[in-house]
Ligand binder design. Structure first.
Ligand SMILES: Nc1ncnc2c1ncn2[C@@H]1O[C@H](COP(=O)(O)OP(=O)(O)OP(=O)(O)O)[C@@H](O)[C@H]1O
Ligand SMILES: [Mg+2]
Length: 155
Protein backbone atom coordinates (compact mmCIF):
# COMPACT_ATOMS: atom_id res chain seq x y z
CA UNK A 1 0.00 0.00 0.00
CA UNK A 2 1.32 3.47 -0.86
CA UNK A 3 2.59 5.29 2.16
CA UNK A 4 4.03 8.55 1.01
CA UNK A 5 3.28 11.55 3.18
CA UNK A 6 4.32 14.06 0.52
CA UNK A 7 2.13 12.87 -2.35
CA UNK A 8 -0.93 11.39 -0.78
CA UNK A 9 -3.27 11.95 -3.72
CA UNK A 10 -2.81 8.43 -5.10
CA UNK A 11 -2.96 6.74 -1.74
CA UNK A 12 -6.16 8.51 -0.76
CA UNK A 13 -8.15 6.46 -3.28
CA UNK A 14 -6.94 3.34 -1.58
CA UNK A 15 -9.21 4.26 1.31
CA UNK A 16 -12.06 6.27 -0.18
CA UNK A 17 -15.24 4.24 0.12
CA UNK A 18 -13.50 0.92 0.57
CA UNK A 19 -14.20 -2.12 2.72
CA UNK A 20 -11.46 -4.12 4.43
CA UNK A 21 -11.52 -7.34 6.42
CA UNK A 22 -9.13 -7.89 9.32
CA UNK A 23 -8.76 -11.11 11.24
CA UNK A 24 -6.57 -9.95 14.12
CA UNK A 25 -6.04 -6.75 16.12
CA UNK A 26 -2.63 -6.47 14.48
CA UNK A 27 -4.21 -6.50 11.03
CA UNK A 28 -6.51 -3.70 12.14
CA UNK A 29 -3.54 -1.71 13.42
CA UNK A 30 -1.69 -2.26 10.14
CA UNK A 31 -4.67 -1.07 8.11
CA UNK A 32 -4.98 2.03 10.31
CA UNK A 33 -1.29 2.69 9.99
CA UNK A 34 -1.56 2.76 6.21
CA UNK A 35 -4.70 4.86 6.38
CA UNK A 36 -2.88 7.38 8.59
CA UNK A 37 -0.61 8.22 5.68
CA UNK A 38 -3.46 10.03 3.89
CA UNK A 39 -4.43 12.16 6.88
CA UNK A 40 -3.62 15.84 6.90
CA UNK A 41 -4.03 18.78 9.23
CA UNK A 42 -7.67 19.58 9.95
CA UNK A 43 -8.90 16.07 9.21
CA UNK A 44 -11.60 14.60 11.42
CA UNK A 45 -12.07 10.83 11.59
CA UNK A 46 -15.27 9.35 13.01
CA UNK A 47 -14.77 5.89 14.49
CA UNK A 48 -18.07 4.04 14.57
CA UNK A 49 -18.81 0.57 15.83
CA UNK A 50 -20.17 -1.31 18.84
CA UNK A 51 -18.42 -1.63 22.18
CA UNK A 52 -15.28 -3.67 21.70
CA UNK A 53 -15.43 -3.61 17.90
CA UNK A 54 -11.92 -2.17 17.54
CA UNK A 55 -12.10 1.63 17.46
CA UNK A 56 -9.26 2.06 19.94
CA UNK A 57 -7.27 -0.70 18.24
CA UNK A 58 -7.63 1.22 14.96
CA UNK A 59 -6.46 4.37 16.75
CA UNK A 60 -3.36 2.52 17.93
CA UNK A 61 -2.28 1.97 14.33
CA UNK A 62 -2.64 5.68 13.64
CA UNK A 63 -0.66 6.81 16.69
CA UNK A 64 2.06 4.32 15.73
CA UNK A 65 2.28 5.70 12.19
CA UNK A 66 3.12 9.10 13.65
CA UNK A 67 5.86 7.61 15.77
CA UNK A 68 4.19 7.66 19.16
CA UNK A 69 5.50 5.11 21.61
CA UNK A 70 3.28 2.60 23.37
CA UNK A 71 -0.34 1.83 22.66
CA UNK A 72 -3.14 4.37 22.59
CA UNK A 73 -5.75 3.63 25.23
CA UNK A 74 -9.19 4.95 25.91
CA UNK A 75 -8.97 6.13 29.44
CA UNK A 76 -12.01 6.01 31.68
CA UNK A 77 -11.57 9.55 32.86
CA UNK A 78 -9.84 11.46 30.11
CA UNK A 79 -12.04 12.65 27.32
CA UNK A 80 -9.16 13.59 25.07
CA UNK A 81 -5.75 12.03 24.68
CA UNK A 82 -3.11 13.97 22.82
CA UNK A 83 -0.41 12.49 20.58
CA UNK A 84 2.14 13.71 18.12
CA UNK A 85 1.35 13.82 14.38
CA UNK A 86 3.74 15.13 11.72
CA UNK A 87 4.96 18.71 11.04
CA UNK A 88 4.31 19.78 14.62
CA UNK A 89 0.67 18.86 14.30
CA UNK A 90 -1.11 17.09 17.09
CA UNK A 91 -3.36 14.10 16.98
CA UNK A 92 -6.35 14.17 19.32
CA UNK A 93 -8.11 10.96 20.28
CA UNK A 94 -11.53 11.78 21.72
CA UNK A 95 -13.78 9.19 23.30
CA UNK A 96 -17.27 10.65 23.71
CA UNK A 97 -18.90 7.50 25.07
CA UNK A 98 -19.56 8.89 28.52
CA UNK A 99 -20.81 12.24 27.36
CA UNK A 100 -24.34 13.39 26.90
CA UNK A 101 -24.88 15.40 23.73
CA UNK A 102 -25.88 18.45 25.73
CA UNK A 103 -22.48 18.69 27.40
CA UNK A 104 -20.42 18.40 24.21
CA UNK A 105 -20.23 22.09 23.51
CA UNK A 106 -19.69 22.99 27.16
CA UNK A 107 -16.34 21.25 27.09
CA UNK A 108 -15.25 23.02 23.91
CA UNK A 109 -14.88 20.08 21.57
CA UNK A 110 -14.95 22.36 18.58
CA UNK A 111 -11.67 23.85 19.79
CA UNK A 112 -10.08 20.49 19.04
CA UNK A 113 -11.93 19.79 15.81
CA UNK A 114 -11.23 23.15 14.23
CA UNK A 115 -7.69 23.59 15.50
CA UNK A 116 -6.10 22.44 12.23
CA UNK A 117 -4.80 19.30 13.90
CA UNK A 118 -6.06 15.74 13.33
CA UNK A 119 -8.93 14.40 15.44
CA UNK A 120 -10.09 10.80 15.88
CA UNK A 121 -13.48 10.49 17.55
CA UNK A 122 -14.99 7.39 19.14
CA UNK A 123 -18.79 7.59 19.56
CA UNK A 124 -19.13 10.58 17.19
CA UNK A 125 -22.93 10.25 17.23
CA UNK A 126 -22.74 12.24 20.47
CA UNK A 127 -21.84 15.23 18.31
CA UNK A 128 -24.85 17.33 17.47
CA UNK A 129 -24.94 17.86 13.70
CA UNK A 130 -21.73 15.88 13.38
CA UNK A 131 -22.90 14.35 10.13
CA UNK A 132 -22.81 17.76 8.49
CA UNK A 133 -19.10 18.09 9.01
CA UNK A 134 -16.60 17.04 6.39
CA UNK A 135 -14.97 13.91 7.79
CA UNK A 136 -13.67 10.43 7.24
CA UNK A 137 -16.06 7.78 8.49
CA UNK A 138 -14.64 4.48 9.71
CA UNK A 139 -17.31 1.88 10.46
CA UNK A 140 -16.17 -1.27 12.23
CA UNK A 141 -18.44 -4.28 12.30
CA UNK A 142 -17.64 -7.26 14.46
CA UNK A 143 -18.35 -10.56 12.70
CA UNK A 144 -17.42 -14.12 13.62
CA UNK A 145 -13.61 -14.16 13.87
CA UNK A 146 -13.17 -11.01 11.84
CA UNK A 147 -13.87 -7.30 11.54
CA UNK A 148 -15.38 -5.61 8.53
CA UNK A 149 -14.00 -2.08 8.29
CA UNK A 150 -15.63 0.38 5.93
CA UNK A 151 -13.81 3.64 5.27
CA UNK A 152 -15.63 6.51 3.62
CA UNK A 153 -14.91 10.13 2.91
CA UNK A 154 -17.92 12.32 3.68
CA UNK A 155 -17.97 15.58 1.71
N1 LIG B 1 -9.71 -7.96 13.81
C1 LIG B 1 -9.73 -7.29 14.98
N2 LIG B 1 -9.58 -5.95 14.98
C2 LIG B 1 -9.61 -5.25 16.14
N3 LIG B 1 -9.81 -5.79 17.36
C3 LIG B 1 -9.96 -7.13 17.42
C4 LIG B 1 -9.94 -7.92 16.24
N4 LIG B 1 -10.12 -9.20 16.61
C5 LIG B 1 -10.25 -9.20 17.93
N5 LIG B 1 -10.16 -7.96 18.45
C6 LIG B 1 -10.28 -7.61 19.86
O1 LIG B 1 -11.41 -6.78 20.02
C7 LIG B 1 -11.17 -5.80 21.03
C8 LIG B 1 -11.32 -4.40 20.47
O2 LIG B 1 -11.22 -3.49 21.53
P1 LIG B 1 -11.16 -1.92 21.35
O3 LIG B 1 -10.88 -1.35 22.69
O4 LIG B 1 -10.27 -1.57 20.22
O5 LIG B 1 -12.66 -1.61 20.91
P2 LIG B 1 -13.46 -0.25 20.95
O6 LIG B 1 -14.31 -0.26 19.73
O7 LIG B 1 -12.52 0.88 21.13
O8 LIG B 1 -14.37 -0.42 22.25
P3 LIG B 1 -15.09 0.70 23.14
O9 LIG B 1 -16.38 1.04 22.44
O10 LIG B 1 -15.34 0.01 24.44
O11 LIG B 1 -14.18 1.88 23.28
C9 LIG B 1 -9.77 -6.06 21.58
O12 LIG B 1 -9.86 -6.87 22.71
C10 LIG B 1 -9.09 -6.80 20.42
O13 LIG B 1 -8.06 -7.65 20.86
MG1 LIG C 1 -12.43 2.41 22.56
Amino acid sequence: MAKNKKSNTVAINTFKNKVFITKTPQETRNLARNFASVLKGGDIVFLNGNLGSGKTTFTQGITKFFGNKGFARSSSFMLVNEYQAFNNLKLFHLDLYRLKSSTIFDIGIEDYLYSGNISLIEWPQRLIDGQNESHWNVEIESLVNKRKIKIEKKK
